[in-house]
Design a binder for this molecule. Structure first.
Ligand SMILES: [Zn+2]
Length: 576
Protein backbone atom coordinates (compact mmCIF):
# COMPACT_ATOMS: atom_id res chain seq x y z
CA UNK A 1 0.00 0.00 0.00
CA UNK A 2 2.77 2.38 1.00
CA UNK A 3 4.65 1.43 -2.15
CA UNK A 4 1.70 2.11 -4.38
CA UNK A 5 1.12 5.46 -2.79
CA UNK A 6 4.75 6.43 -3.33
CA UNK A 7 4.70 5.28 -6.91
CA UNK A 8 1.49 7.18 -7.55
CA UNK A 9 2.86 10.35 -6.06
CA UNK A 10 6.00 9.88 -8.11
CA UNK A 11 3.99 9.67 -11.28
CA UNK A 12 1.83 12.63 -10.36
CA UNK A 13 4.84 14.64 -9.33
CA UNK A 14 6.68 13.71 -12.48
CA UNK A 15 3.83 15.07 -14.51
CA UNK A 16 3.55 18.28 -12.56
CA UNK A 17 7.32 18.74 -12.56
CA UNK A 18 7.32 18.70 -16.33
CA UNK A 19 4.40 21.07 -16.68
CA UNK A 20 3.61 23.56 -14.01
CA UNK A 21 5.96 23.45 -11.05
CA UNK A 22 6.01 26.93 -9.57
CA UNK A 23 9.51 27.00 -8.07
CA UNK A 24 9.26 30.56 -6.88
CA UNK A 25 5.93 30.44 -5.07
CA UNK A 26 7.49 30.02 -1.62
CA UNK A 27 9.85 32.42 0.14
CA UNK A 28 12.15 31.10 2.85
CA UNK A 29 11.62 33.31 5.87
CA UNK A 30 13.69 31.47 8.46
CA UNK A 31 16.67 29.14 8.57
CA UNK A 32 17.69 27.38 11.78
CA UNK A 33 20.51 25.07 10.72
CA UNK A 34 23.06 22.81 12.42
CA UNK A 35 26.14 22.37 10.28
CA UNK A 36 28.63 19.52 10.59
CA UNK A 37 31.80 20.26 8.67
CA UNK A 38 34.51 17.68 8.05
CA UNK A 39 37.22 19.51 6.08
CA UNK A 40 39.39 16.37 5.58
CA UNK A 41 36.50 14.65 3.80
CA UNK A 42 35.22 17.87 2.15
CA UNK A 43 31.93 16.97 3.83
CA UNK A 44 29.00 19.07 4.88
CA UNK A 45 26.08 17.63 6.84
CA UNK A 46 23.09 19.80 7.67
CA UNK A 47 20.08 19.20 9.93
CA UNK A 48 17.62 21.89 10.81
CA UNK A 49 14.38 23.71 10.29
CA UNK A 50 13.24 26.10 7.63
CA UNK A 51 10.08 28.18 7.38
CA UNK A 52 8.41 28.65 4.01
CA UNK A 53 5.86 31.32 3.22
CA UNK A 54 3.52 31.06 0.26
CA UNK A 55 4.02 34.33 -1.63
CA UNK A 56 1.87 33.29 -4.58
CA UNK A 57 -1.82 34.02 -5.00
CA UNK A 58 -2.97 30.40 -4.98
CA UNK A 59 -2.77 27.61 -2.35
CA UNK A 60 0.37 25.48 -2.78
CA UNK A 61 0.51 21.73 -2.16
CA UNK A 62 4.03 21.24 -3.52
CA UNK A 63 7.22 22.87 -2.26
CA UNK A 64 10.51 22.77 -4.15
CA UNK A 65 13.72 22.77 -2.10
CA UNK A 66 17.06 23.12 -3.89
CA UNK A 67 20.62 22.50 -2.68
CA UNK A 68 23.90 22.16 -4.54
CA UNK A 69 24.05 19.13 -6.84
CA UNK A 70 26.99 17.77 -4.80
CA UNK A 71 24.68 17.46 -1.78
CA UNK A 72 21.91 14.89 -1.31
CA UNK A 73 18.56 15.09 0.42
CA UNK A 74 18.15 12.71 3.38
CA UNK A 75 14.79 13.66 4.82
CA UNK A 76 12.05 16.25 4.85
CA UNK A 77 9.56 16.26 7.70
CA UNK A 78 6.69 18.38 8.94
CA UNK A 79 5.60 18.10 12.57
CA UNK A 80 7.90 15.08 12.99
CA UNK A 81 6.18 13.17 10.18
CA UNK A 82 8.25 12.26 7.13
CA UNK A 83 6.93 13.82 3.94
CA UNK A 84 6.92 12.23 0.51
CA UNK A 85 9.40 13.83 -1.79
CA UNK A 86 11.02 13.16 -5.11
CA UNK A 87 14.66 14.01 -5.47
CA UNK A 88 15.84 15.04 -8.93
CA UNK A 89 18.77 16.87 -10.51
CA UNK A 90 17.97 20.33 -11.86
CA UNK A 91 20.38 22.03 -14.23
CA UNK A 92 20.95 25.65 -13.20
CA UNK A 93 23.93 27.99 -13.16
CA UNK A 94 22.93 29.49 -9.82
CA UNK A 95 25.26 26.89 -8.24
CA UNK A 96 28.98 26.51 -8.98
CA UNK A 97 28.42 22.89 -10.03
CA UNK A 98 25.96 24.04 -12.67
CA UNK A 99 23.23 21.99 -11.05
CA UNK A 100 21.00 21.59 -8.03
CA UNK A 101 19.54 18.66 -6.09
CA UNK A 102 15.84 19.30 -5.93
CA UNK A 103 13.45 17.86 -3.42
CA UNK A 104 9.91 18.14 -4.74
CA UNK A 105 7.95 17.85 -1.55
CA UNK A 106 4.28 17.01 -1.17
CA UNK A 107 3.06 19.07 1.76
CA UNK A 108 0.62 17.58 4.32
CA UNK A 109 -1.99 20.15 3.33
CA UNK A 110 -2.10 23.04 0.87
CA UNK A 111 -0.56 26.22 2.23
CA UNK A 112 -2.82 29.22 1.67
CA UNK A 113 -1.47 32.42 0.12
CA UNK A 114 0.45 34.26 2.84
CA UNK A 115 0.50 31.12 5.00
CA UNK A 116 3.65 29.47 6.34
CA UNK A 117 4.89 25.96 7.01
CA UNK A 118 7.87 24.76 9.00
CA UNK A 119 9.86 21.86 7.62
CA UNK A 120 12.56 19.78 9.29
CA UNK A 121 15.25 18.96 6.78
CA UNK A 122 18.42 16.89 6.50
CA UNK A 123 20.96 16.78 3.68
CA UNK A 124 24.63 16.06 3.26
CA UNK A 125 27.41 15.65 0.77
CA UNK A 126 30.64 17.28 -0.31
CA UNK A 127 31.63 20.75 -1.48
CA UNK A 128 34.58 20.45 -3.86
CA UNK A 129 36.28 23.01 -6.09
CA UNK A 130 33.98 23.12 -9.09
CA UNK A 131 33.69 25.72 -11.85
CA UNK A 132 31.59 23.62 -14.22
CA UNK A 133 29.10 26.40 -14.85
CA UNK A 134 31.86 28.58 -16.33
CA UNK A 135 33.95 25.93 -18.11
CA UNK A 136 30.91 24.55 -19.92
CA UNK A 137 30.29 27.95 -21.51
CA UNK A 138 33.90 28.01 -22.69
CA UNK A 139 35.75 29.88 -19.96
CA UNK A 140 39.36 28.66 -19.54
CA UNK A 141 39.91 26.48 -16.46
CA UNK A 142 42.17 28.99 -14.68
CA UNK A 143 39.83 31.91 -15.10
CA UNK A 144 36.85 29.77 -14.08
CA UNK A 145 38.45 28.57 -10.85
CA UNK A 146 39.41 32.17 -10.12
CA UNK A 147 35.67 32.92 -10.10
CA UNK A 148 34.40 29.82 -8.29
CA UNK A 149 36.90 29.23 -5.50
CA UNK A 150 34.43 27.84 -2.96
CA UNK A 151 35.26 24.49 -1.36
CA UNK A 152 35.44 22.56 1.87
CA UNK A 153 39.03 21.44 2.28
CA UNK A 154 41.49 20.74 5.10
CA UNK A 155 43.74 23.56 3.89
CA UNK A 156 41.10 26.20 3.32
CA UNK A 157 37.33 26.21 3.47
CA UNK A 158 35.16 28.94 2.03
CA UNK A 159 31.54 28.59 0.97
CA UNK A 160 29.57 31.55 -0.21
CA UNK A 161 25.80 31.27 -0.35
CA UNK A 162 23.17 31.69 -3.06
CA UNK A 163 24.71 32.47 -6.42
CA UNK A 164 27.82 30.41 -5.59
CA UNK A 165 27.04 27.33 -3.50
CA UNK A 166 23.51 26.39 -2.49
CA UNK A 167 24.64 25.17 0.95
CA UNK A 168 21.29 26.20 2.43
CA UNK A 169 18.01 25.42 0.65
CA UNK A 170 16.67 27.80 -1.96
CA UNK A 171 13.97 27.64 -4.64
CA UNK A 172 14.58 29.25 -8.00
CA UNK A 173 13.75 28.89 -11.68
CA UNK A 174 16.60 27.90 -13.97
CA UNK A 175 19.52 30.31 -14.37
CA UNK A 176 21.58 30.03 -17.53
CA UNK A 177 24.95 31.74 -17.92
CA UNK A 178 24.81 31.50 -21.69
CA UNK A 179 21.82 33.83 -21.68
CA UNK A 180 22.52 37.48 -20.98
CA UNK A 181 21.15 38.58 -17.58
CA UNK A 182 19.51 35.20 -16.83
CA UNK A 183 21.55 34.57 -13.66
CA UNK A 184 21.33 38.21 -12.63
CA UNK A 185 17.54 38.17 -12.95
CA UNK A 186 17.06 34.87 -11.11
CA UNK A 187 19.36 36.14 -8.34
CA UNK A 188 17.52 39.44 -8.21
CA UNK A 189 14.18 37.68 -7.73
CA UNK A 190 15.63 35.35 -5.11
CA UNK A 191 17.21 38.16 -3.11
CA UNK A 192 13.97 40.11 -3.19
CA UNK A 193 12.08 37.09 -1.85
CA UNK A 194 14.79 36.35 0.69
CA UNK A 195 14.88 39.93 1.96
CA UNK A 196 13.91 39.95 5.60
CA UNK A 197 14.58 36.27 6.16
CA UNK A 198 16.62 35.24 9.18
CA UNK A 199 19.35 32.69 9.58
CA UNK A 200 20.64 31.03 12.72
CA UNK A 201 23.55 28.65 12.52
CA UNK A 202 25.04 26.13 14.90
CA UNK A 203 28.37 25.00 13.57
CA UNK A 204 30.15 21.89 14.77
CA UNK A 205 33.47 21.42 13.04
CA UNK A 206 35.52 18.27 13.36
CA UNK A 207 38.53 18.64 15.67
CA UNK A 208 38.99 20.65 18.85
CA UNK A 209 41.18 23.44 17.55
CA UNK A 210 38.98 24.04 14.52
CA UNK A 211 36.58 26.32 16.40
CA UNK A 212 38.90 29.29 16.46
CA UNK A 213 39.26 29.11 12.70
CA UNK A 214 35.64 29.60 11.77
CA UNK A 215 34.03 32.82 10.82
CA UNK A 216 30.73 33.65 9.29
CA UNK A 217 29.31 36.75 7.70
CA UNK A 218 26.41 37.85 5.62
CA UNK A 219 23.30 37.64 7.72
CA UNK A 220 21.58 40.97 7.79
CA UNK A 221 22.77 42.48 11.02
CA UNK A 222 23.32 46.02 12.12
CA UNK A 223 26.42 45.28 14.17
CA UNK A 224 29.43 42.96 14.01
CA UNK A 225 28.45 39.77 12.30
CA UNK A 226 31.59 37.71 12.44
CA UNK A 227 31.19 34.32 13.89
CA UNK A 228 33.26 34.14 17.05
CA UNK A 229 34.03 30.87 18.73
CA UNK A 230 33.97 30.96 22.50
CA UNK A 231 36.24 29.02 24.82
CA UNK A 232 36.66 25.33 24.31
CA UNK A 233 33.01 24.54 23.69
CA UNK A 234 32.59 21.76 21.21
CA UNK A 235 29.88 23.64 19.48
CA UNK A 236 29.80 27.27 18.70
CA UNK A 237 26.75 29.24 17.89
CA UNK A 238 26.11 32.11 15.61
CA UNK A 239 23.12 33.95 16.94
CA UNK A 240 23.81 37.65 16.85
CA UNK A 241 21.28 39.55 18.96
CA UNK A 242 21.43 42.64 16.77
CA UNK A 243 20.27 40.96 13.58
CA UNK A 244 17.09 42.76 12.73
CA UNK A 245 14.31 41.20 10.73
CA UNK A 246 14.74 43.32 7.66
CA UNK A 247 17.06 43.31 4.74
CA UNK A 248 19.88 45.74 5.28
CA UNK A 249 22.10 44.60 2.45
CA UNK A 250 22.06 42.21 -0.44
CA UNK A 251 24.42 40.01 1.48
CA UNK A 252 25.46 36.48 0.78
CA UNK A 253 25.85 34.29 3.86
CA UNK A 254 29.47 33.16 3.74
CA UNK A 255 31.31 30.65 5.87
CA UNK A 256 35.10 30.45 6.09
CA UNK A 257 37.29 27.98 8.00
CA UNK A 258 40.98 28.84 7.80
CA UNK A 259 44.14 29.11 9.87
CA UNK A 260 44.23 32.88 9.83
CA UNK A 261 46.45 35.23 11.70
CA UNK A 262 44.71 38.43 12.72
CA UNK A 263 45.91 41.99 12.40
CA UNK A 264 43.70 44.37 14.43
CA UNK A 265 43.52 48.07 13.75
CA UNK A 266 40.92 50.60 14.83
CA UNK A 267 39.28 50.81 11.39
CA UNK A 268 39.87 47.34 10.06
CA UNK A 269 40.57 43.76 10.99
CA UNK A 270 42.71 41.82 8.53
CA UNK A 271 42.79 38.02 8.59
CA UNK A 272 45.70 36.67 6.60
CA UNK A 273 47.33 33.40 5.72
CA UNK A 274 50.91 32.65 6.65
CA UNK A 275 53.47 34.29 4.36
CA UNK A 276 51.15 37.21 3.57
CA UNK A 277 52.23 39.43 6.47
CA UNK A 278 53.57 42.22 4.26
CA UNK A 279 50.42 42.49 2.13
CA UNK A 280 48.21 42.33 5.24
CA UNK A 281 50.17 45.15 6.88
CA UNK A 282 50.03 47.16 3.67
CA UNK A 283 46.25 46.78 3.56
CA UNK A 284 45.78 47.64 7.23
CA UNK A 285 48.02 50.71 6.90
CA UNK A 286 46.12 51.92 3.85
CA UNK A 287 42.79 51.46 5.62
CA UNK A 288 43.98 53.33 8.71
CA UNK A 289 45.24 56.19 6.60
CA UNK A 290 42.05 56.64 4.62
CA UNK A 291 39.58 56.03 7.48
CA UNK A 292 39.24 59.71 8.56
CA UNK A 293 38.54 60.76 4.95
CA UNK A 294 35.82 58.12 4.58
CA UNK A 295 34.31 59.02 7.96
CA UNK A 296 34.19 62.66 6.91
CA UNK A 297 32.20 61.74 3.80
CA UNK A 298 30.06 58.81 4.91
CA UNK A 299 29.88 59.02 8.69
CA UNK A 300 31.48 57.02 11.48
CA UNK A 301 31.92 53.30 10.96
CA UNK A 302 28.87 51.27 12.05
CA UNK A 303 30.99 48.18 12.21
CA UNK A 304 34.62 47.28 11.76
CA UNK A 305 35.63 46.52 8.19
CA UNK A 306 36.82 42.92 7.92
CA UNK A 307 39.21 41.68 5.30
CA UNK A 308 40.10 38.03 4.90
CA UNK A 309 42.73 36.43 2.73
CA UNK A 310 42.15 33.95 -0.09
CA UNK A 311 44.89 31.40 -0.85
CA UNK A 312 44.43 31.40 -4.64
CA UNK A 313 46.24 34.54 -5.91
CA UNK A 314 43.98 34.50 -9.03
CA UNK A 315 40.80 34.43 -6.94
CA UNK A 316 38.32 37.17 -7.78
CA UNK A 317 37.67 39.36 -4.71
CA UNK A 318 34.27 38.95 -3.09
CA UNK A 319 32.45 41.43 -0.92
CA UNK A 320 29.54 40.99 1.40
CA UNK A 321 28.70 44.18 3.27
CA UNK A 322 31.79 45.30 5.17
CA UNK A 323 33.47 41.93 4.62
CA UNK A 324 36.00 41.64 1.81
CA UNK A 325 37.51 38.31 0.80
CA UNK A 326 40.51 38.92 -1.41
CA UNK A 327 43.95 37.42 -2.06
CA UNK A 328 46.33 39.48 0.07
CA UNK A 329 49.29 39.59 -2.29
CA UNK A 330 49.84 43.24 -3.19
CA UNK A 331 52.31 45.50 -1.45
CA UNK A 332 51.18 48.50 -3.54
CA UNK A 333 49.64 51.07 -1.17
CA UNK A 334 47.51 52.57 -3.95
CA UNK A 335 45.84 49.25 -4.77
CA UNK A 336 45.21 48.71 -1.07
CA UNK A 337 43.89 52.26 -0.62
CA UNK A 338 41.43 51.83 -3.46
CA UNK A 339 40.06 48.59 -2.00
CA UNK A 340 39.98 50.04 1.51
CA UNK A 341 38.06 53.14 0.37
CA UNK A 342 35.30 50.89 -0.98
CA UNK A 343 35.21 48.60 2.01
CA UNK A 344 35.29 51.33 4.67
CA UNK A 345 32.42 53.08 2.90
CA UNK A 346 30.33 49.93 3.36
CA UNK A 347 31.33 49.86 7.03
CA UNK A 348 30.08 53.45 7.42
CA UNK A 349 27.06 53.66 5.15
CA UNK A 350 24.27 51.13 4.71
CA UNK A 351 21.43 51.16 2.21
CA UNK A 352 19.44 48.31 0.73
CA UNK A 353 19.33 50.15 -2.59
CA UNK A 354 22.30 48.97 -4.67
CA UNK A 355 22.69 52.23 -6.63
CA UNK A 356 23.17 54.03 -3.29
CA UNK A 357 25.13 51.36 -1.41
CA UNK A 358 27.46 50.25 -4.20
CA UNK A 359 27.35 53.52 -6.12
CA UNK A 360 28.65 55.42 -3.08
CA UNK A 361 31.36 52.82 -2.38
CA UNK A 362 32.68 53.19 -5.94
CA UNK A 363 32.27 56.98 -5.76
CA UNK A 364 34.46 56.83 -2.62
CA UNK A 365 37.19 55.16 -4.67
CA UNK A 366 37.13 58.01 -7.18
CA UNK A 367 37.18 60.54 -4.32
CA UNK A 368 40.18 58.75 -2.82
CA UNK A 369 42.08 58.97 -6.12
CA UNK A 370 41.17 62.63 -6.49
CA UNK A 371 42.49 63.33 -2.98
CA UNK A 372 45.71 61.44 -3.72
CA UNK A 373 46.45 62.46 -7.30
CA UNK A 374 43.99 65.13 -8.35
CA UNK A 375 40.80 65.30 -10.42
CA UNK A 376 42.37 63.91 -13.61
CA UNK A 377 43.32 60.64 -11.86
CA UNK A 378 39.75 60.27 -10.59
CA UNK A 379 38.27 60.96 -14.03
CA UNK A 380 40.62 58.39 -15.60
CA UNK A 381 39.42 55.86 -13.05
CA UNK A 382 35.77 56.68 -13.74
CA UNK A 383 36.52 56.47 -17.47
CA UNK A 384 38.04 53.00 -17.11
CA UNK A 385 34.77 51.75 -15.59
CA UNK A 386 32.54 53.41 -18.15
CA UNK A 387 32.81 50.99 -21.05
CA UNK A 388 30.94 48.36 -19.00
CA UNK A 389 27.71 50.27 -18.87
CA UNK A 390 27.91 52.42 -21.99
CA UNK A 391 27.55 49.14 -23.89
CA UNK A 392 24.30 48.42 -22.07
CA UNK A 393 22.91 51.85 -22.85
CA UNK A 394 21.23 51.58 -26.20
CA UNK A 395 22.32 54.11 -28.80
CA UNK A 396 20.74 57.49 -28.34
CA UNK A 397 17.31 57.99 -29.77
CA UNK A 398 16.12 54.40 -30.06
CA UNK A 399 12.83 53.66 -28.36
CA UNK A 400 13.16 51.29 -25.42
CA UNK A 401 9.93 51.75 -23.46
CA UNK A 402 10.10 49.16 -20.65
CA UNK A 403 13.90 49.25 -20.54
CA UNK A 404 13.60 52.84 -19.36
CA UNK A 405 12.03 51.49 -16.19
CA UNK A 406 13.83 48.14 -15.86
CA UNK A 407 17.28 49.55 -16.47
CA UNK A 408 16.79 52.57 -14.23
CA UNK A 409 19.20 52.83 -11.31
CA UNK A 410 16.37 52.34 -8.83
CA UNK A 411 15.31 49.04 -10.44
CA UNK A 412 18.30 47.56 -12.19
CA UNK A 413 19.90 44.27 -11.20
CA UNK A 414 22.84 44.90 -13.54
CA UNK A 415 26.12 45.42 -11.70
CA UNK A 416 27.49 47.59 -14.50
CA UNK A 417 24.63 50.01 -13.93
CA UNK A 418 24.31 50.07 -10.13
CA UNK A 419 28.11 50.16 -9.74
CA UNK A 420 29.62 51.94 -12.77
CA UNK A 421 26.80 54.21 -13.82
CA UNK A 422 25.83 54.98 -10.22
CA UNK A 423 29.43 56.02 -9.49
CA UNK A 424 29.18 58.54 -12.35
CA UNK A 425 25.82 59.79 -11.08
CA UNK A 426 27.25 60.46 -7.60
CA UNK A 427 30.25 62.18 -9.12
CA UNK A 428 28.01 64.41 -11.26
CA UNK A 429 25.85 65.22 -8.23
CA UNK A 430 28.95 66.24 -6.28
CA UNK A 431 29.99 68.50 -9.17
CA UNK A 432 26.50 70.00 -9.38
CA UNK A 433 25.53 70.58 -5.75
CA UNK A 434 28.97 70.82 -4.19
CA UNK A 435 30.79 68.74 -1.65
CA UNK A 436 29.30 70.31 1.48
CA UNK A 437 25.69 69.89 0.35
CA UNK A 438 26.22 66.30 -0.77
CA UNK A 439 27.91 65.36 2.51
CA UNK A 440 24.97 66.82 4.43
CA UNK A 441 22.49 64.86 2.31
CA UNK A 442 24.42 61.63 2.91
CA UNK A 443 24.57 62.34 6.64
CA UNK A 444 20.80 62.92 6.70
CA UNK A 445 20.05 59.50 5.20
CA UNK A 446 18.23 57.14 7.58
CA UNK A 447 17.83 53.58 6.42
CA UNK A 448 14.55 53.11 8.25
CA UNK A 449 13.10 56.22 6.59
CA UNK A 450 14.01 55.07 3.08
CA UNK A 451 10.54 53.98 2.02
CA UNK A 452 10.58 55.09 -1.60
CA UNK A 453 13.09 55.59 -4.41
CA UNK A 454 12.73 59.38 -4.21
CA UNK A 455 13.90 59.52 -0.57
CA UNK A 456 17.60 60.01 -1.26
CA UNK A 457 17.05 62.38 -4.21
CA UNK A 458 14.82 64.52 -1.97
CA UNK A 459 17.55 64.70 0.68
CA UNK A 460 19.95 65.99 -1.96
CA UNK A 461 17.49 68.54 -3.33
CA UNK A 462 16.80 69.78 0.22
CA UNK A 463 20.51 70.50 0.74
CA UNK A 464 21.12 72.04 -2.68
CA UNK A 465 18.02 74.23 -3.13
CA UNK A 466 18.18 73.40 -6.81
CA UNK A 467 15.73 71.92 -9.26
CA UNK A 468 17.23 68.51 -9.95
CA UNK A 469 14.06 66.63 -10.85
CA UNK A 470 15.09 66.48 -14.52
CA UNK A 471 18.45 64.99 -13.55
CA UNK A 472 16.97 62.26 -11.34
CA UNK A 473 14.38 61.55 -14.04
CA UNK A 474 17.01 61.07 -16.72
CA UNK A 475 19.59 59.19 -14.62
CA UNK A 476 17.97 57.54 -11.62
CA UNK A 477 14.19 56.95 -11.95
CA UNK A 478 14.49 56.21 -15.65
CA UNK A 479 17.20 55.02 -17.94
CA UNK A 480 17.15 57.65 -20.63
CA UNK A 481 20.45 56.59 -22.15
CA UNK A 482 23.34 59.05 -22.28
CA UNK A 483 23.96 62.62 -23.42
CA UNK A 484 25.98 63.42 -26.54
CA UNK A 485 27.45 66.89 -26.46
CA UNK A 486 28.73 68.87 -29.37
CA UNK A 487 29.91 72.50 -29.62
CA UNK A 488 27.63 73.92 -32.29
CA UNK A 489 29.21 77.34 -32.47
CA UNK A 490 31.59 79.66 -30.65
CA UNK A 491 31.88 83.39 -31.24
CA UNK A 492 34.71 85.29 -29.58
CA UNK A 493 34.55 89.06 -29.17
CA UNK A 494 37.28 91.32 -27.94
CA UNK A 495 36.22 93.40 -24.96
CA UNK A 496 37.10 96.96 -23.96
CA UNK A 497 39.64 95.56 -21.52
CA UNK A 498 41.39 93.48 -24.17
CA UNK A 499 40.04 90.19 -22.88
CA UNK A 500 37.81 87.93 -24.97
CA UNK A 501 34.20 87.02 -24.39
CA UNK A 502 33.31 83.73 -26.08
CA UNK A 503 29.66 82.87 -26.67
CA UNK A 504 29.37 79.11 -26.94
CA UNK A 505 26.35 77.11 -28.04
CA UNK A 506 26.39 73.46 -26.95
CA UNK A 507 24.06 70.95 -28.53
CA UNK A 508 23.04 67.84 -26.59
CA UNK A 509 22.10 65.29 -29.27
CA UNK A 510 21.56 62.59 -26.62
CA UNK A 511 18.52 61.50 -24.65
CA UNK A 512 19.70 62.42 -21.14
CA UNK A 513 20.48 65.86 -19.81
CA UNK A 514 23.47 66.85 -17.71
CA UNK A 515 25.45 69.73 -16.35
CA UNK A 516 28.73 69.61 -18.20
CA UNK A 517 32.04 71.50 -17.84
CA UNK A 518 33.01 73.72 -20.81
CA UNK A 519 36.70 74.61 -21.07
CA UNK A 520 38.11 77.42 -23.19
CA UNK A 521 41.82 77.08 -23.92
CA UNK A 522 43.95 80.09 -24.72
CA UNK A 523 47.67 80.70 -25.05
CA UNK A 524 49.00 80.18 -21.55
CA UNK A 525 45.97 78.65 -19.84
CA UNK A 526 42.31 77.70 -19.77
CA UNK A 527 39.05 78.66 -18.10
CA UNK A 528 36.21 76.26 -17.24
CA UNK A 529 32.55 76.94 -16.51
CA UNK A 530 29.61 74.59 -16.15
CA UNK A 531 26.51 74.51 -18.33
CA UNK A 532 23.25 72.63 -17.93
CA UNK A 533 22.05 71.15 -21.22
CA UNK A 534 18.87 69.09 -21.18
CA UNK A 535 18.28 66.13 -23.48
CA UNK A 536 17.79 67.01 -27.17
CA UNK A 537 18.35 70.67 -26.31
CA UNK A 538 20.86 73.44 -26.69
CA UNK A 539 22.52 75.59 -24.11
CA UNK A 540 24.41 78.86 -24.43
CA UNK A 541 27.17 80.10 -22.17
CA UNK A 542 29.51 83.11 -22.22
CA UNK A 543 33.03 82.59 -20.97
CA UNK A 544 35.58 85.36 -20.59
CA UNK A 545 39.26 84.58 -21.16
CA UNK A 546 42.32 86.89 -20.90
CA UNK A 547 43.82 85.95 -24.29
CA UNK A 548 42.61 84.84 -27.69
CA UNK A 549 40.65 81.57 -27.35
CA UNK A 550 42.07 78.63 -29.31
CA UNK A 551 39.99 75.62 -28.48
CA UNK A 552 36.78 74.69 -26.70
CA UNK A 553 36.34 71.34 -25.00
CA UNK A 554 32.97 70.18 -23.74
CA UNK A 555 33.04 67.52 -20.98
CA UNK A 556 36.23 66.70 -19.09
CA UNK A 557 35.13 63.08 -18.80
CA UNK A 558 33.01 63.57 -15.68
CA UNK A 559 29.74 63.10 -17.61
CA UNK A 560 29.22 59.73 -19.34
CA UNK A 561 28.52 60.31 -23.01
CA UNK A 562 27.65 58.08 -25.95
CA UNK A 563 30.09 59.86 -28.29
CA UNK A 564 33.16 61.72 -27.03
CA UNK A 565 34.67 62.15 -30.52
CA UNK A 566 32.77 65.38 -31.25
CA UNK A 567 33.70 67.28 -28.10
CA UNK A 568 36.41 69.70 -29.24
CA UNK A 569 35.99 72.82 -31.29
CA UNK A 570 38.97 74.72 -32.78
CA UNK A 571 38.82 78.48 -33.08
CA UNK A 572 40.77 80.40 -35.63
CA UNK A 573 41.09 83.97 -34.46
CA UNK A 574 41.56 86.68 -36.96
CA UNK A 575 43.64 89.22 -35.07
CA UNK A 576 43.16 92.82 -36.03
ZN1 LIG B 1 30.72 47.09 -2.59
Amino acid sequence: MMFRFTLLSLLLLGASAASALDRESFSFTNYDLNLQIEPEQHRLGVRGKITLRNDSTTPQKIAVLQISSSLDWRSVKAGNKPLQFVSQPYTSDIDHTGGLSEAIVTLPAPVAPGGTIELEIAYEGVVLLDATRFTRIGMPEDAASGMDWDQIDAKFTAVRGTGYVAWYPIATEVANLSEVNSLVEVMGRWKTREAGSKMRLLIAPAGDDALSQIFFDGVRCSGPTFFEAIGTARKAQFDAPNCVSQSLRWDTPTLVVAKYQILERSAVEVRYLSGHDAAATNFADAAEKIAPFITDWFGPAREKAKTADLPNPQAAPFESGALLLTPLTSSDPKVAGLAAAHQLTHASFVSFRPWIEEGLAHFAQALYLEQQNGRRAALDYIGSHRSGFTEIETPAGLPRSEDEVNHSLVNTTSEELYRGKAMCVWWMLRDMVGEAALKKAIAAYRLEQDKEPSYMPRLIVAQSQRDLEWFFDDWVYRDRGLPDFKVESAFPRKTMTNSYMVTITVDNLGTAGAEVPITVKFAGGDTTKRLEVRAKSKGVIRIEVPAAPQEIIVNDGSVPESDMANNTFKLEMVEK
